[in-house]
Design a protein around this ligand. Structure first.
Ligand SMILES: [Zn+2]
Length: 249
């Protein structure tokens, strides 16, 4: 969501500005310029999706949902008092954008009901795994499948990195939440070609910098990379990063 707010999605308006597209029309309705707010909320073929989901999850259709500006809209629905709705909102944004890309790149024929069905399926999965208001682990579950909040007064950064095609495509990202699961900060970025260890350490370093700028020192960082967790005991191929991390951790 942070990336969306930073103009990170390549709408046709943005693509035309970068001379990547000859026109800026919406890829779905083909009638209006495809800006962020149009493709994610106001497009006449997206509007029914939100109406259906707001009704399904007992949310108000008023309250400025369809009239607030883009930044207000994203902020208010990712930091609401309902952790479940914040998740539903994010899932819907992601599903709409993914479906829009499938129209362009996979010749998929736009069907609102299919997007709604996909959102409901994902929400069900999230709801089952992320027990809202009850973070106790169930039999057979562990911290890898259920998000466990940090202690009261602490923040938790969940981070990950990915390396593809022999290290030529590298990216990383992270989300920062408080003990109630409220989104605080997030980031995603493309990295220069490197090893998975360097990418994993970059993501930890970035999360430390963001948390530092935010002003917190009570920070948990959750990564699935055992090598990073043990970096102080091990020698590996990223000595400069180890030095930075060692001084900040
Ligand atoms: Zn449209």
């Amino acid at each position: 969501m942070w990336s969306v707010l930073q103009g990170g999605i390549k709408t046709n308006v943005r693509r035309q500005n970068c001379e990547m597209s000859e026109d800026n029309l919406c890829a779905i309705c083909h009638t209006t310029a495809e800006g962020d707010i149009h493709i994610l909320r106001d497009c006449p073929l997206v509007y029914p999706i939100w109406c259906s989901l707001l009704k399904e999850y007992n949310r108000s259709l008023g309250g400025g949902f369809f009239t607030s500006n883009f930044t207000e809209w994203i902020n208010s629905h990712t930091t609401s008092s309902s952790i479940l709705w914040n998740s539903i909102f994010g899932i819907t944004i992601w599903s709409i954008w993914k479906a829009r890309n499938e129209v362009i790149f996979a010749n998929w024929v736009w069907k609102e009901e299919e997007v709604i069905k996909k959102v409901k399926f994902l929400v069900l999965e999230v709801d089952q795994h992320w027990k809202v208001g009850d973070y106790r682990l169930l039999p057979g579950e562990d911290w890898l499948t259920v998000w466990v909040p940090p202690p009261v007064g602490w923040l938790k950064f969940n981070v990950d990195a990915v390396v593809r095609l022999g290290g030529t495509q590298v990216g990383c990202g992270g989300v920062l939440h408080d003990e109630k699961g409220t989104w605080v900060r997030g980031f995603c970025r493309k990295l220069e070609p490197c090893s998975i260890m360097e990418a994993e350490m970059h993501v930890v370093l970035t999360s430390l910098e963001i948390a530092w700028e935010y002003g917190t020192k009570n920070l948990c960082i959750e990564t699935n990379c055992r090598g990073v967790c043990c970096f102080q005991q091990r020698a590996h191929n990223a000595p400069s990063l180890v030095q930075v991390l060692s001084t900040r951790a």
